[in-house]
Design a protein around this ligand. Structure first.
Ligand SMILES: *[C@@H]1O[C@H](CO)[C@@H](O)[C@H](O)[C@H]1NC(C)=O
Ligand SMILES: *[C@@H]1O[C@H](CO)[C@@H](O)[C@H](O)[C@H]1NC(C)=O
Ligand SMILES: *[C@@H]1O[C@H](CO)[C@@H](O)[C@H](O)[C@H]1NC(C)=O
Ligand SMILES: *[C@@H]1O[C@H](CO)[C@@H](O)[C@H](O)[C@H]1NC(C)=O
Ligand SMILES: *[C@@H]1O[C@H](CO)[C@@H](O)[C@H](O)[C@H]1NC(C)=O
Ligand SMILES: *[C@@H]1O[C@H](CO)[C@@H](O)[C@H](O)[C@H]1NC(C)=O
Ligand SMILES: *[C@@H]1O[C@H](CO)[C@@H](O)[C@H](O)[C@H]1NC(C)=O
Ligand SMILES: *[C@@H]1O[C@H](CO)[C@@H](O)[C@H](O)[C@H]1NC(C)=O
Ligand SMILES: *[C@@H]1O[C@H](CO)[C@@H](O)[C@H](O)[C@H]1NC(C)=O
Ligand SMILES: [Cu+2]
Length: 791
């Protein structure tokens, strides 16, 4: 057990005797100004430090405290989910089969979760003018007993379940497509697709796969190959078409399959539910198309057939530490500690958090994971809702599988894949953790410690200024809420950060295994990054919803653009080439699909024109793209058609409507020509002047994987973020409220005064053994992964 002691008297003596050794900064003499004299003579120094008293630093979680209101977004209780599920099984007309007994031709329940209440009903509750809105469950049924299987969104309630009052009804109001909450299900036969189709085709070419790669994909225990392909499947010409390809299985536990494509592709017509009627429509190898297996086999066994190499797992695909030890790397790196314990409060039951006069409620859903509601500062709401809507990964390639891939990841869901965070790695060891729960097969699964909260001292100060007589510096301590969802090969890290200046940052980072391509003929679609691997180019576009409420619900989007001008002034003999500001409003939904201006010249700001500040300027929050935001490169995507129209722009503004709560539906990929939610339909010309606005913005990256993405993409370079910054919202920079700042007054190298504003210096000891979490207690989880289908 190692003990580190933070001894205040060391700091103290350092300050008292600073004259002997403290090197003061030496700014340029030209900066000396009159104000320096006045400041240095100020009598209002607070040089008395306050110290915590005790030997051991606080290691407890935040103190018990209660949310001001019930969290109406926090999800169903276990009891509610259980009672709804039980009730559903009593509804004879639904003809449900228990998930564990259900096959491809049975009805089952996929999701039971809270139906997020209408904002219209929540606002009066928050204002204390009404009771909490009635609770309903959102249920997704998988109806597969017919030739035309569907997914069905239904609403069950009101809760609690009671005979007589509880009913179910088709859910339609949140969708642009009015088909009674019913959407065709293209996955109903996923197990048949695997066993009766893909593996049979694999078996039909076993002679070739054995010769090429020494393995088979035919449903045998000793198979070393896997088969999977495009997503979503092609839906044109009144048929369903898929392209699949072969992948090598990794030879050990590392999840490297997506790095091991083998370059042989086949096309199938899988229209209808009867695999015996499906048709193989051809093979593609080395950019040569063979219309039948017979033609492919004949060519393969002919003299002169060109055989390409295989991708095989090796250390290059494994994430363990490799190679010689870096200089001094075995010594402990710096670690962060929180000697005063949590300086924030968490109501675990209500899922409510307060930090430095920010507050918000947490919600968590199957489709999109972590979401924040009612984000306030000083009790004043800034955002009603903030969260992910959808994440797209759109690939391209000369081969049909990369070309045909455009993952819409809410289909898989971010909730079920938000695993336990690793303390000391994903979040600091001292972070506070929260559990998340979701419905699977008539049970509630809990991922413990899958959301974390922590404060962190940034590696740069919030503010500083130095002069020949003083230096003033403010620490940049911020607060983070984080979760990580591993959707198939990729790990998305979602962070919401709160800063003392009143700004809020939304950040997403990506790590994990890339989905690679077979290198041959893909030179225009990626870099060759290993023997036979292309880092398949793709765009990540992540859509977020930000429902701003700036000083009330009536808001306007203002644009302030720096424009170059040639201007005449009364004081100038010649026209002057210069620049000025051009201000305008986004007046209606006709002009509210926004592409960021070149050179970042425009400030986009949500304001309230009814509440100007004392100078007549509108108070508001600016949406500041901070960290490489993008929109989709592909125009009118053949894969997506109308399923992800939100990906076309950077920023989109609509009037808030209870009927438009989400920009995407997890099953939009099931019917790309007529998706459940076609985001374009939100835009119907309505006025956006002093209305309740919703801003839909995209984060993302153009990802062209390179050798540095092997074995895994790194969070350091794969990231995107936006900041919401108060702009004329407060009368000054509010971060100077913090005591965690210092002003050092000095004269020619002699420090006369140090002002620390009542900071508490820790005098406690930190037990480092407690800082090293017990990683053997990690619970993790095993769920069905995105790859391979139907494993
Ligand atoms: C804590 O404070 C009390 C009085 O304020 C003092 O008597 C005691 O010595 C202090 N303990 C330590 C460990 O500093
Ligand atoms: C109920 O579902 C079963 C399969 O689980 C099916 O065989 C049967 O036809 C269905 N009944 C009705 C009335 O649809
Ligand atoms: C509702 O009625 C059914 C059938 O009579 C019964 O099995 C069930 O337990 C009842 N549920 C509740 C919540 O009372
Ligand atoms: C798998 O096992 C079968 C016998 O069950 C054998 O015939 C076949 O060659 C094996 N395949 C491979 C790839 O080793
Ligand atoms: C914190 O917020 C409350 C209102 O909720 C306000 O009265 C108080 O002045 C704020 N504190 C600071 C330090 O700004
Ligand atoms: C998280 O779940 C675990 C396991 O059910 C439970 O022991 C723990 O108390 C939960 N944590 C919180 C903060 O509710
Ligand atoms: C999108 O592409 C399809 C197929 O190429 C074409 O029919 C359609 O007109 C295009 N739509 C737009 C808006 O360009
Ligand atoms: C939410 O609002 C929509 C549109 O007004 C309405 O159709 C729907 O019934 C409301 N939902 C609930 C649960 O009250
Ligand atoms: C700084 O302090 C030293 C030591 O007390 C003293 O000799 C020197 O004169 C001081 N310099 C000034 C500019 O006050
Ligand atoms: Cu990527």
């Amino acid at each position: 057990m190692s003990i580190i002691s933070i001894l205040s008297f060391v700091l103290c003596s350092l300050l008292l005797f600073a004259a002997d050794g403290l090197a003061a900064p030496q700014p340029k003499a030209a900066w000396v100004r009159g104000a320096r004299q006045r400041l240095s003579k100020s009598a209002k120094w607070n040089s008395k430090r306050q110290y915590a008293n005790g030997s051991a630093c606080i290691e407890t979680s935040p103190k018990d405290f209660k949310a001001p209101r019930e969290n109406v977004w926090s999800g169903l209780t276990d009891g509610e989910a259980a009672s709804v599920t039980k009730w559903l099984f009593h509804q004879k007309e639904l003809n449900l089969t228990r998930s564990e007994d259900a096959g491809d031709w049975d009805n089952s329940v996929l999701v039971v979760e809270l139906m997020v209440p209408n904002k219209t009903d929540v606002l009066p509750f928050m204002e204390g003018k009404a009771s909490a809105p009635a609770r309903y469950a959102h249920v997704v049924l998988d109806l597969r007993t017919t030739e035309e299987p569907t997914y069905n969104d239904i609403l069950v309630g009101p809760l609690p379940v009671a005979n007589g009052t509880t009913t179910w009804q088709p859910l339609e109001y949140p969708y642009t497509r009015k088909t009674g909450g019913s959407i065709r299900n293209l996955d109903a036969d996923s197990s048949a697709t695997e066993t009766d189709w893909l593996l049979k085709i694999g078996a039909s070419v076993a002679d070739i796969t054995l010769d090429l790669w020494g393995g088979t994909a035919m449903g045998k225990d000793n198979d070393t190959l896997d088969i999977w392909g495009i997503d979503p499947i092609w839906q044109y010409d009144n048929k369903l078409t898929r392209w699949d390809t072969f992948w090598n299985y990794p030879t050990d536990e590392f999840d490297a399959e997506t790095l091991l494509p083998l370059g042989l592709f086949f096309k199938s017509d899988v229209t209808g539910r009867d695999p015996s009627k499906w048709k193989l429509e051809g093979w593609l190898y080395n950019d040569i198309f063979y219309p039948t297996t017979k033609a492919f086999r004949a060519a393969y066994w002919s003299p002169g057939f060109v055989k390409l190499g295989a991708n095989v797992e090796g250390d290059w695909a494994r994430t363990d530490k490799m190679g010689p030890v870096l200089p001094m790397d075995e010594a402990s790196p710096p670690i962060a500690i929180a000697p005063a314990g949590a300086r924030y409060s968490v109501d675990q039951e209500a899922k409510y958090v307060e930090w430095m006069n920010f507050s918000f409620y947490i919600s968590f859903s199957r489709d999109t994971g972590l979401r924040l509601f009612d984000i306030r500062h000083n009790g004043q709401r800034i955002l009603y809702e903030l969260g992910l809507e959808e994440a797209l990964a759109h690939y391209a390639g000369n081969d049909p599988v990369q070309s045909g891939t455009a993952y819409l990841d809410s289909y898989y869901g971010f909730g079920p894949y938000a695993f336990e965070l690793v303390p000391g790695y994903d979040c600091p060891a001292y972070a506070t953790y929260m559990n998340t729960s979701f419905y699977v097969s008539e049970t509630t699964h809990t991922h413990i410690n899958s959301v974390c909260f922590f404060e962190f001292d940034a590696d740069y100060p919030m503010q500083r200024h130095s002069q020949t007589s003083y230096v003033a510096v403010t620490k940049n301590v911020y607060f983070t809420v984080r979760s990580v969802s591993t959707v198939g090969n990729y790990d998305y890290m979602f962070s919401y950060e709160f800063y003392l200046d009143g700004s809020i940052r939304v950040e997403v980072r990506a790590s994990g295994y890339i989905q690679s391509a077979y290198y041959k003929h893909n030179e225009d679609y990626g870099y060759q990054i290993h023997d036979h691997v292309s880092g398949s180019m793709h765009d990540h576009v992540l859509n977020y919803k930000a429902d701003f409420d700036i000083l009330g619900c009536d808001n306007t989007m203002e644009m302030t653009t720096n424009i170059p001008v040639t201007e005449n002034y009364v004081w100038s003999d010649h026209p002057r080439n210069t620049m000025k500001l051009q201000r305008s409003f986004v007046e209606s939904e006709d002009d509210s699909k926004i592409l960021y201006t070149d050179n970042g010249r425009t400030q986009y700001r949500v304001i309230n024109t009814d509440s100007p500040n004392k100078y007549g300027e509108y108070r508001g929050y600016r949406i500041l793209p901070a960290d490489g935001t993008i929109h989709l490169t592909v125009e009118n995507s053949s894969n997506l058609v109308d399923a992800a129209n939100w990906a076309k722009y950077d920023l989109m503004v609509t009037k808030q409507k209870d009927t438009e709560p989400r920009s995407a539906h997890p099953y939009n990929g099931q019917d790309v020509y007529n998706p459940v939610i076609n985001f374009d339909k939100f835009f119907d010309g309505e006025s956006l002047m002093q209305e309740d606005l919703v801003v839909w913005f995209n984060l993302g990256m153009h990802h062209v994987p390179h050798t540095g993405d092997l074995p895994n993409t790194v969070f350091t370079t794969a990231h995107s973020g936006v900041q919401f910054m108060p702009l004329n919202y407060f009368d000054t920079d509010i971060s100077h409220k913090t005591v965690n700042m210092v002003r050092i007054n000095y004269d020619a190298g002699n420090v006369s005064q140090v002002k620390t504003f009542g900071q508490q210096q820790p005098v406690c000891s930190v037990d480092l053994s407690k800082q090293e979490p017990d990683l053997f207690s990690y619970t993790g989880d095993v769920v069905i992964r995105k790859f391979p289908y139907g494993e």
